[in-house]
Design a protein around this ligand. Structure first.
Ligand code: GLN
Length: 312
């Protein structure tokens, strides 16, 4: 079935926000120094339906860096450009069961990144984008902007803060290089990846981006086709298995939807054929997933009957 009427969805989005605004479990990320300056109280929640209807509650216009959520959309764009087989062979689709920046996961898989939602796989995916660094960057910023339905911009301070402290990601890229598993210059790939992570979005933008994946690749606000339906299907399958890192099983069990988190506090969840959910709240659980974002998504999944595994 489809979602309830507009008024009912609106009331449930407001309810999901109100129920969770007082939750203050979790901690703001600080391994990228600038992220520690986020307002821990900020909380925005948005739903965009595949017919373009919009529901916003709280701080939906506060901009934050997209971080790892970019991985989902760059992956979709890479699949669109290169096809299912190439990307499957190069980055895989299986959960590592380890942290998003684990080096051990790479070693355990003889240099294979395992999936595109951990840093190794995301850097390898970005490296697959055709062209030189400028062309790769244009492709990514244009593509993510089409998902969002507006031109996205880099937060230069976030980019510089991460670029100065991302020795671990550079090490991951060098390790992939040592196994012959990254195209081109590994440090160029890390640089483009670091820039894509610093793109600014809002909770509302994330809901539009999620709704585009929910809508078979057509942005329901602009009407523009961004990727093919098969690409959405593949991307959502990967998100279900790996979008919340080592907590992906728990997320799928409780919420029953593909989703992706980022360390700045964003979460996108996708209800195929129905809607995208965007959330922003910077306090994170130990895996790096927004606490309030997860709780709000769980509430909406139950209240709107979105769990993909429910028979009725
Ligand atoms: N840019 C961050 C990093 O590479 C993204 C991590 C995340 O959001 N989980 O560490």
């Amino acid at each position: 079935g489809s979602l309830p009427g507009w008024d009912d969805v609106e009331a449930l989005v407001v309810e999901a926000w109100q129920r969770n605004r007082g939750v203050d479990d979790g901690v703001v990320a600080d391994y990228i120094p600038i992220l520690a300056e986020a307002d821990p109280a900020a909380f925005g929640l948005a739903v965009v339906e595949v017919d373009g209807s919009t529901h916003d509650a709280g701080d939906v216009d506060v901009a934050f860096s997209i971080q790892s959520i970019s991985k989902a959309f760059v992956y979709a764009l890479a699949c669109e450009e290169l096809g299912h087989e190439v990307v499957l062979e190069r980055v895989g689709v299986d959960n590592t069961g380890l942290a998003f920046n684990s080096v051990m996961a790479i070693e355990l898989a003889a240099g294979h990144p395992r999936n595109p939602m951990v840093n190794a796989g995301a850097i390898a995916t970005t490296a697959l984008v055709p062209g030189d660094v400028d062309e790769q960057w244009r492709f990514i910023v244009d593509g993510l902007s089409r998902f969002a339905g507006r031109p996205l911009e880099v937060d230069q301070v976030v980019y510089e803060s991460e670029a100065a402290t991302n020795q671990r990601n550079r090490a991951i890229a060098r390790l992939l290089e040592s196994y012959g598993r990254i195209a081109g210059d590994p440090l160029d790939a890390v640089d483009v990846y670091t820039r894509q992570c610093a793109l600014l979005v809002t909770a509302h933008d994330l809901a539009v981006m999620g709704a585009t994946l929910a809508d078979g690749g057509v942005n329901p606000v602009t009407g523009e086709r961004v990727v093919a339906p098969e690409v959405c299907r593949d991307t959502l399958a990967v998100l279900a298995a790996t979008g919340m890192y080592e907590r992906s099983g728990e997320w799928l069990f409780e919420i029953g939807l593909p989703g992706k988190s980022g360390v700045a506090g964003g979460i996108v969840a996708i209800s195929p054929g129905k809607a995208g959910i965007g959330a922003y709240s910077p306090r994170l659980d130990p895996a790096g997933n927004s606490v309030r974002g997860q709780r709000a998504a769980a509430y909406l999944s139950r209240a709107l009957g979105l769990n993909l595994f429910a028979s009725a």
